[in-house]
Ligand binder design. Structure first.
Ligand SMILES: CC(C)(COP(=O)(O)OP(=O)(O)OC[C@H]1O[C@@H](n2cnc3c(N)ncnc32)[C@H](O)[C@@H]1OP(=O)(O)O)[C@@H](O)C(=O)NCCC(=O)NCCS
Length: 159
């Protein structure tokens, strides 16, 4: 049911519904750009039932010279009818295991809408901690969305 293989940007990226950090502004082209230039350091974990994609969790490494010790999670999503069955947690565990194994990755960051308690609880249960609350982080038309910024240090020397 679950596949943790890297996905090439050309194959099924166009069918993904993009959610999570920056979701309202994240286009398929943005997502493809995160994957295409640095495939060793960016990937999408997907869960499938009968060949149907029912859950995603994606990771990319920062590219700047002074930021390459950081990676970011985006695109965490499980389809409505499949929630509460452990799929989101499993996807993230696969992602974290693989991300932490990338040489030089010391911390993994994400941003979550505090109005999504399921996601926030899931991240906290995996060890993520909030380091800041950004009011009106996103603007969607006339509507604003706050974001909680969270981090997980995978390099214990940073604790
Ligand atoms: C967040 C999301 C990916 C979780 O996926 P899921 O497969 O339903 O989650 P799991 O079944 O693996 O549950 C993992 C944990 O999440 C939390 N959780 C899940 N559903 C919850 C709910 N309805 N209320 C509170 N906590 C919940 C729990 O801590 C749970 O752990 P537990 O089962 O040991 O109590 C899913 O709810 C989703 O797609 N939400 C909409 C998109 C979204 O918010 N994405 C995150 C953007 S940053």
């Amino acid at each position: 049911m679950l596949a943790g293989a890297p996905r090439s940007p050309g194959n099924r990226a166009g069918s993904l519904r993009l959610v999570g950090r920056g979701a309202p502004n994240t286009t398929v082209a943005d997502a493809a750009a995160r994957l295409v230039f640095d495939p060793a350091n960016s990937f999408v974990v997907g869960a499938f039932v009968d060949g149907q994609l029912i859950g995603t969790a994606a990771f990319y490494r920062e590219r700047g010279l002074k930021e390459r010790h950081k990676g970011r999670i985006w695109g965490v999503y499980v389809t409505l009818g499949m929630r509460g069955k452990g799929i989101g947690r499993r996807n993230l565990k696969v992602l974290l295991e693989r991300a932490a194994a990338i040489e030089g990755i010391e911390q993994i960051l994400l941003s979550v809408n505090p109005a999504q308690p399921a996601a926030t609880k899931l991240y906290e249960s995996l060890g993520f901690r909030s380091f800041g609350h950004e009011r009106r982080a996103l603007r969607v038309g006339d509507r604003y969305v706050d974001e909680e910024h969270m981090v997980l240090y995978v390099d214990s020397s940073a604790m």
